[in-house]
Structure formats: structure tokens, C-alpha cells
Design a protein around this ligand. Sequence first.
Ligand SMILES: *[C@@H]1O[C@H](CO)[C@@H](O)[C@H](O)[C@H]1NC(C)=O
Ligand SMILES: *[C@@H]1O[C@H](CO)[C@@H](O)[C@H](O)[C@H]1NC(C)=O
Length: 724
Amino acid sequence: MWLLLLLLGDAASRCLHDETQKSVSLLRPPSSQLYPNFRSSFLTLPENHDPQPLRIQTCYIGDLGSEGVWDPEEEGIRRQARAMAAVKVAIQRLQGVLAVPPVQGPLLLSRDPAQYCHAVWGDPETPNHHRCSLLNPGYKGETCLGAKVPDAHLRGYALWPEQGPPQLVQPDGPGVQNADFLLYVRVAHTPKCHQEPSVIAYAACCQLDSEDRPLAGTIVYCAQHLTSPSLSHSDIVMATLHELLHTLGFSGQLFKKWRDCPSGPSVRENCSTRQQVTKRDEWGQLLLTTPTVSHSLAKHLGVLGVSLGVPLEEEGPLSSHWEARLLQGSIMTAIFDGAQRTRLDPITLAAFKDSGWYQVNHSAAEELLWGQESGLEFGLVTTCGTDSSDFFCTGSGLGCHYLHLDKGRCSSDPMLDGCRMYKPLAKGSECWKKENGFPPGAENPHGEIYHSQSRCFLANLTPQLLPGDKTSHLSQNPSLKEEELTGRCYLHQCTDRGAYKVQVKGSPWVPCLPGKSIQVPGYSGLLFCPWGRLCQTNESANAVTSPPVSLSTQGLLFQLALGLAAPRGYTLETEQREELIEVVLQALGSRAGTSRCYFHSPSITANLMFTVHMWKSPGCQGPSVGMLHRALTLTLQEKPIEVYYGGVSFTTEYGKLLATPDPNLSRMHLSLPAGLCLLMLISVYVLGTVAYQKRATLQVGPSPSYHSQVLQGRRGSAGGIREV
Ligand SMILES: *[C@@H]1O[C@H](CO)[C@@H](O)[C@H](O)[C@H]1NC(C)=O
Ligand SMILES: *[C@@H]1O[C@H](CO)[C@@H](O)[C@H](O)[C@H]1NC(C)=O
């Protein structure tokens, strides 16, 4: 299986199609009669067949030769470390997901007779019929996708005379302890990496056990991508997981080997070969039709009880990816657009259950949002352009990617067969990346906030003008026209499953009613609250670390408390306080550019603490009280107010700015600036779009000729082995 990661530019239109056909032969253990195990381990302990977490052992295979030329040593070590770190995380992840009846004793891989043997005894009358009669002098051992398999991992081999005992050439190796699957890892500049500079990694399975469960495979990382800043660790982990899932059984070449094991993988005697795994429907669409997968898709689409095959991508006679129109965001689609947007989904896990080789922990699945509850017609070429589902779009306007992490443009890619969806823009569209935001002081005309907890919302918000605000040049442009709706980044916070609120720059938190549009205090225009997309898991509700503030937009009541600094020893008489209050209020009003109608019940204590309640009285013109409060807070922090009264100068000290009545509100104002910096930063960034695509189909068939190097694409003629 050839699974490639393609790094695409801003559009997925550069998807390349590889003509090169490669082949890897899938080896199974030899039948003990024909290729006896030289260890003759007939006496074994009673076997434990209860499924245990899949044990994947890895083996890094250094590339000699060309590597030295290409890779300065230090960089090579860095790449190796990066690859191995990703492999480790991916394997850990799978351990909680897949379980198998453990391999008993050390895992020992098979040799390919077609490689080491030039000819076998063909006469059925001879006792050593079928056994190797002539060795291939050029045999250099086994490789798996260019990785040289150590002899220690391999069974031995022998030369057989026409009659009598064999002549041992190489004994069995010690094998690998505690392993159910052996993953060879290479970091290389292979010809494939050169031909397709966008390929990040590819993988293949090379060996199967007697039940056809994959036992060994290789993942090749194209070296240059491991030091590329455009891929985060999470991206490489996700790409590794994708490749690993291919080698473990999600492969067009392995589908036909899946087994039907109604009693689970441990009761092998109850397993049978599946009658049908894939089929083509009447429109020629290739489907995976096994029961758990079909049920899982029906459940996903909300059409339980309907028997559905799951469409596979059109990739030639074999296909190893889900159809992207239907299962966008699944880890097993052919186009991968960043770890952030990729899920180890229930339908993929169902496929592993249906392989018959694994016991699957279905609770490890991550929710797939795309197409959820969208019905039978979802994702068809005939329906995606008809506005029947808001997962798809028409035209080429701007909006939000369906996960709302990114702004997007309505576009297509070769896997979407003409359907269009909002795809992340090439650069700077991630709302969750703080660095995409506006630098301090820059104009932020729509009050956007870029933050790890920001999401994309369809909106056309523009700030309401502060009357008398002469610094705003928007006020010189009085005829504000209605802005077009587009994707904008605003802070969100889950309040419950499916429920959330949003914050726009300077506004208070506003409850967002999924499926409705809302107004935001201080802004004109609307913000649309997506339904069924945000805060869908309890997990994301917990992930929010900002204080649990709940505010209704009506009845907002803020309190402003300011200390006033006066010359030492100054005391205020009661009647003087009333006058000073007026002076301070005037100064506040003029700083805010608003009238007195926001300020209520002012007071000053003997030790010069000024407090005032803020709310917007009926008929009061201007911004929301929340916005005004925020603006005042900021401006007073930056520049105190100085007032003169009775020949004395008083300066505001930025001390406390409190909002009442909710006691949480005081925490909000004190902790928000810090919170903005410290909230869980999702430290993942992806430049452009990454895609992996299955390139060419693999054939199980005649083994390549001796010495043929799979990776160099020399395709051998059928091997010299004579088989019956
Ligand atoms: C199954 O997955 C869940 C969620 O990832 C995990 O908490 C649990 O430990 C897993 N169970 C097993 C047996 O690994
Ligand atoms: C295997 O299948 C048979 C026939 O369906 C059934 O009677 C038996 O209980 C199964 N074995 C186990 C261990 O499930």
C-alpha cells in the first residue's frame, strides 16, 4: 500500500497522481511441513488467547550510504528523534484502542522463499518435494519497503538435498519479545520523496500471521519534512497514525483478507473468511460493506436500521481511504488537513472490528462532526450542490470551516468530486492561533479575537460609534453600510453540551443560541451561532479555563471603583465630596465620550475611594455598558485621570475595577488579561493543507526478481521459483 502525504499549497488542486507502480510481497508464515521451523518448538505452554492491548515494537533502520551524503549527521539525528517521538505517541494511542490475542513467545518473521531460493524440488516423488533445491547466490536478506529486516527477526533457511536432512544456511533468529506487530521506521530521501516533494511519509505492510493479521510493516518518512517548520509534532503523529492504521489492516490490499469472527478474535475456530468486504454499487461507487462499518455509518448519519456500505475513495481497483465527501475529517480519508481537523472516528474503528483481527475499544473513538445526523442523501455528488446540507457550500465566498476552528473559503479538491466546502485559507485563517491576531494598536475593525478558545463565526459586526469619539475615524464616515456576512474569529466558551457564549473585543460574554443570530453589545450587525458544531463533547466544555461567568445582555450592571490620590494629609468635608464626585464624573464622561446617563449612585469615601454603578438608562445613546466599562478600564489603566478641585490635584489610581452583582465578575476583570495569555494554547500549527493520498495499487503476485530494490522502482520479472 502506498500512502502518501502530500503537502499541498493553498488549494488542494495540485494533487499529484503517481503512475509508478510499486510492489511489496506480503509474506505469511511458511507451512510448517514445507519450511520447518528449525527450532522444532512443538512443546509450547498453554496459550493465552484473551485479547491484550496491541504491542507494537519499533525498530529504526538507519539508511546507510546516501544518508551520509544528504544528511549532516546532527540533522539526521534530529529527524530520527522527531520520527521516533511521533511513532511512540501514535503507538501509545493505539494501545488503548486495539487489542489482539497476544503472540506467544518472540515474534519471528518469515523469509521469502522466492528471494533466497532459486529453485525447488518439483518431483512429487522426492521426499523433499517443494523444498529449496538451489539457493539464490545473490540473496541479501529480507527487506520491507526498503528497510533491511535484521536476521535476528527472521526465521532461518536451509538448502535441501533431493533426499535426506537439510543443510542449514541460517538458523532462526531470536525474534522480538513482547511484540504483536513490528514496525520498521526509516527516515530517508527515497526516489519517491524526490519525485513527490510533498510526500511526508508512506508505509506498507510486509508480513501476515497465519490468520492474515498484519505482523510487520515499514513507515518511511521523507527526511526533509521532519525538519520542516510547517509540520507540528501533532501533524506528524497524526500522519504516523494514519500510516500505521494502513499497515494494521486498513488497506485495499488487506480488505479481502478480513475475517468474520463472530465470537471475537480469540475464538479462531469460529472465524471464517468474509464472503464480501467491498462491492461496487449500481453507480460504480466502491463500498466497504461489512456489518459493523455499515451500522456505524448508519448511526452517524442518523438512519439506524438502514444497511449502508461505506463509500471508499475512487483510487483504482483497490482503495484504502474513505470517501472524503462522506467522511471528511476522518483519519482514513485521503486528504489530511492538519491534526487539528482530523479524528480517529468511530467508523474507522468499526473497520478494525470488522477485520476480525482486533478487539476494538469503541469508546476511544473521537466524534466525527462532518455529516452527523445528515441523513441518507448526505454527501452524494447529486445533493452536495443543492444547499441541502450546510456542510457543503456553493460559490467561492468566505465563511467558516465546518469545525469552526478556521475561517474558510468555499472550494473543492480532487477528492470532493466537485462538491465544495469551506476549506481553511492558506495562511492566517486559524482563529485558535493567537499569532494570527492583530498586533497591539492595529486597527481591528470587526472586534476579532484570536485565541486558543476562539472560533470562527459567520458575522457582520462593526463597532457602534461612541458619540463624541473624535479619535475614531469611522465617525468621519457616518453612512455605515451593512457589512457582508463572513467568517470572523471570536472567543467562545462552552457552558454546557452544545451550549456556549461568545465574546467580541471589548464586549461582555453573550450567550449564543445555537441556530440563532445574536446581537453583541457595542456592535451593530449580527453574529450567527452555529448549531451542532461547537461544544459538542463534554470534553470541550471542560477544556475551557476562563472563569465561569454568565451574563445576560440585559440588565448589565457594572461598578467602577477608583482610588483618588491627593496630597498627603488632605481631608474631605462631606459637602466637598459631593462636588468632587461631580468633577470626577465629568472627567470620566469626557474620557469615555459619553453622557452621564451611564453613571449612577456615585460615592466617595473619606479615604478617597470613588465608586459608581454603571448601567444604561432608557434613552441613553451610545455603546453597551459592558463595552464602555471595558474601554474605561483600559484607558484608566493606561492613563489616569487628573482632576482639580479646591486648588488640589487628584489623580485616579488604577486599583480595582469591579463589576456587580455577580461576584464572579470581579474575577473576570482581574483575571481576563492573564487568562488571555495563559489559556490552554493549542500549540499546533499547520501551514497550508496536507494531504495523504493513495497513489498506486499494490499487487500480491509474482515476487520481484532478486536484488530488485522495491524503492527504486525496478520491477522484476516473475521470480525464478517453480511452484506447483
Ligand atoms: C478505552 O478507551 C477509553 C477512552 O480512550 C480509555 O479511557 C480506556 O482506558 C480504554 N480501555 C482500554 C481497555 O484500553
Ligand atoms: C462458536 O460458534 C458456535 C456455533 O455458532 C457456538 O455454538 C459457540 O458457542 C461459539 N464459540 C464461542 C467460544 O463463542
